[in-house]
Ligand binder design. Sequence first.
Ligand code: HEC
Ligand code: HEC
Length: 198
Amino acid sequence: MQRDDTMIKSVRYLLLAMLVLLPATVLAGPSGQALSFTCAGCHGTDGSSAGPSMPAIAGMDPEVFIDAMQDYKMDLRNATIMNRIAKGYSDEQIKDMAWFFASQRLYLKPQVFNAALAARGAELHKKHCEKCHENGGRASDAGTLAGQWMPYLEYTMDDFLNGKREWPRKMKRKVDAAIADEGQESIPALINYYGSQH
Ligand code: HEC
Ligand code: HEC
């Protein structure tokens, strides 16, 4: 079971690595890129948003992207604006955009963070989150945490904790364990750790 999972993961990464080497236009077709122009005002050109409550979506795992858009479309995920936007796209168009954004390089912008909190966050991350959010939370099939905009992460954690966004499988237990470790400071510590990476 474990070996199969690892193999599937390796194949995924291989495919993603190959994606990066190909020109985006060839892969996504003109439509993925053309559709993404509408998103640039908020998510930045090619998905590296200028923040702070607009998440960066460049380099986002295509499956996580599709899940996110479908959840917005069906009002399953709390949103200020994305639920309305997602309803305007067909499944095929969402797929095209997913491949386009997955093939874009993520340019992280330095953020102001609290170094003491970030150091505690690093420990909490290693203990409770690294298993799924590998490499300090870099873009993967569990989304992008490293370098993601801190205000966006705050809203998102708030949504999880207040039942406005469905927990990914087995994540709640780990977040609860992190909170048990450091109390109220746990979530800010984790967010400062992710924001410290660029
Ligand atoms: C008016 C600003 C705006 C526009 C335009 C916009 N977005 Fe968003 N997007 C947001 C905000 C804000 C969020 C956070 C959720 C919310 O509050 O709606 C978000 C969240 C997302 C997420 C989830 C990211 C994550 O890390 O889980 C995806 C995927 C996304 N947008 C894709 C798109 C795509 C594709 C387009 C273009 C078709 C688009 N957005 C256009 C503002 C925008
Ligand atoms: C068992 C695996 C697992 C563990 C452990 C886990 N997560 Fe996650 N997490 C996920 C998955 C999968 C997603 C992708 C979300 C989705 O598809 O809705 C995610 C998404 C997130 C997001 C939302 C990202 C976005 O772009 O909106 C945040 C924030 C997050 N996790 C924080 C944490 C923190 C902090 C910890 C540790 C305390 C943690 N996670 C532990 C699996 C996990």
